[in-house]
Write a new protein. Sequence first.
Length: 244
Amino acid sequence: MKLRILSYNIHKGFTITNQDFILAMIRVALRELDADILFLQEVLGDHSEVPITGWNTASQFEFLADSVWPHYSYGKNAVYQEGHHGNAILSKFPIASWSNHVISTNRLEQRGLLKCHVQIPGIEKELVLANTHLDLTQYGRDKQADMLIRHMLEEGDSPWILVGDFNDWNKKVSPSIESQLSSKEVFRYLHGNYPKTFPSFFPMLSLDRVFVHKITPISAVALSDKKWRKLSDHLPLLVEIEIN
């Protein structure tokens, strides 16, 4: 079965300059793509104490999911006085179970790994979905890579997808995840290099990743059209895969 998945750091619904709140525009763009599964980072789960101009709904993932992705889960990571944000997974397929794991390495960067088990019609084993956002420091990313590897090894022979904003601009974390988990980073597998996704208006750094295990990558593209360069500070990754 073929699936289209998307990974996107939505920057809490703001433009790269933080001047304009454009979550409604992001929702329109995501609905036009109509991917089967969305992996989103920097999603506001609540910001009710300090309302955002033009925004009356606390949960961004519910607003984005709407009627297109009826199944979703959210992992609260960064908690502060005004609310909290974290990672979210939106799916057209039922989520059988989910869990959120703390992978923070310091007090300033509150990070998590959101894992879901999804039942895909015609697929014997549940598909494991994992979404994360790693530290800005190399020390933190190295420790978090070890944690990710342990978490994904727990899934045994199940097919899985591990995506997110890895902040791996120097490409030091990704090779160990590929080798120790017998996985493929789809862009490197298909194109020979990791995708450049940041900053969105002139992408120079390869921060975002899509790893798969027991899954065949078919296509992978960083969406760099003009509209995507104006939404968020990252470009989204759109990937097509096949699960046997």
